[in-house]
Design a protein around this ligand. Sequence first.
Ligand code: DGT
Ligand code: CA
Ligand code: CA
Length: 571
Amino acid sequence: MISIKIAKIFEDLADMLEIKGENPFRIRAYRKAARNIRTLTNELEKFADEGRLDQIPGIGEGMKEKIYEILDTGRLQFYEELKSEIPPSLVKLLSVPGIGPKLAKKFYDELNIRDIEQLEKMAKEHHLAGLPGIKEKTEQNILKGIEMLKKGLERMNLGIALPIANEIVDQLSKLPEVKRISTAGSLRRRKETIGDIDILTTSSNSKKVMDTFINLQLVERVLVCGDTKSSIITYDGIHVDLRVVEPESYGSALAYFTGSKAHNIRIREIAMKNNLKINEYGVFDEKTGMKIAGENEEEIYQILNLPFIASELREDMGEIEAAKENRLPTLVKLSQIKGDLHVHTTWSDGGNSIEEMLKTSQEMGYKYLAICDHSQSLKVAGGLSEDKLLEQIEKIKELNSKYKDFDILAGSEVDIKADGSLDYPDELMKKLDIVVAAIHTRFRRSRYEMTKRIIKAIQNPHVNILAHPTGRLLGVRDAYEVDLDEILKVAKINKIALEINAFPERLDLNDINCRKAKEYGVMISINTDSHITNQLDYMALGVSVARRGWLEPKNIINTKPIEQIIKFLKS
Ligand code: DGT
Ligand code: CA
Ligand code: CA
């Protein structure tokens, strides 16, 4: 858990150095290190103990020393010094979309603006527009940015919340007093954003559990500490509720606190029709008041004569009707995924070699992996020239002959240009096993133009997968406007799979659009878009999205054996 704290410190350092106007390479190095440390969750200490910190991509000598200092002393002198120089509330200004370090510094120097509240006030009173280089439009954009930030702050991405929740559950599970434990709430339903983390447990010694909870390393502040419920705030600013319930009520409490509220209301209605009462303590006979169930969640659905409804479906989005008619989907599971069809390597902007990505994939039990580095015009991401790509294809051929029972697909994440043409010529794409097409630039186009552009791209016979189809970045950028129905129609005809990009900020397609793709009979590929080996674990996030989108293994291309993948890619 210390890794989260260290990542946060490095992110803060990057922001502070940016305000100070320091060397951009140094700033980028901190951000990169923070990102890689964050994905290590509980492994960081192991790396440190074994003296292997420099094996983490992006961790050089200086970073290593800083990590040791935090591990040894719990703080970092350099960070404390910078904090006294640059108020942390000023750093927060950078999280307003549209405000960079130069602007933040200008507002601080000229108007003594030190936090977001002051900035909002000054913008509303039109004090910003007078400053050199600041137009009225900028002022309006800043207010819009503040609004977006406030919305975003209320919820965090599943990809941030899930590892933290898992870590807390792991730590508490180690206590002999903890008998049963689970996440609940929106996190257990795997919603793409989470308001707060809910955890539920039974224990013979609630005081001991609460004590352990509020003293966990990631706790910054304790809000409430009681016998049955405690709440804390983590270093990341995440609110976590822990509830301890009686063993005989664990199942009904789990159902109650998993929600959603809308789902629970429907379930209680069905119960009432059967003269039953359901609450967080159990299922009761309405006439006699006798308790008839509550220890296990499954019993609740059984008593109502319903099949068990997976937590990801509990949104009152048709799952109750489907359960009644016995047509709930058989949801895809993580263990059914046989490979990842979109990963990067050091050939473009990745942090690990092809061999390293392969090794981790094999350890995960995969049967194949598609190497899809960036294409030539994406210079910022180290896109491969045509010659370089040809060289990589040869390299992959060579590797393939070395690996038994594992297939490496030579691919590319080919940029879709503004006019819908692709970033490599057809003759070159013909040499690839797989082409993943994606938009990376110029998304401020009309719905009509974007739709036309994507359709043109997926009509190219060499394209197999449309990556992150709507371009949204959670909390940063909304999806671009497209006519998804039109795209799905063309995808169906041209046998194109759409991607669930499992990267935490993307989760694109989202749950609702997955259901739509399924209706159109369009295949889905769940890919991580990994840039380092640790990110291959993001597959679990992608699978959650698929489950929330009612997808079954048969809807997902990378649950299939390699022979069928090849058949699909050739079709
Ligand atoms: P979030 O945290 O905003 O992402 O969403 P949830 O669903 O985790 O909501 P939260 O944390 O407020 O409460 C957890 C669950 O507890 C929620 O899904 C359903 C249940 N719950 C909370 N308050 C109520 C309530 O007033 N009535 C009912 N029926 N259920 C509630
Ligand atoms: Ca919650
Ligand atoms: Ca809660």
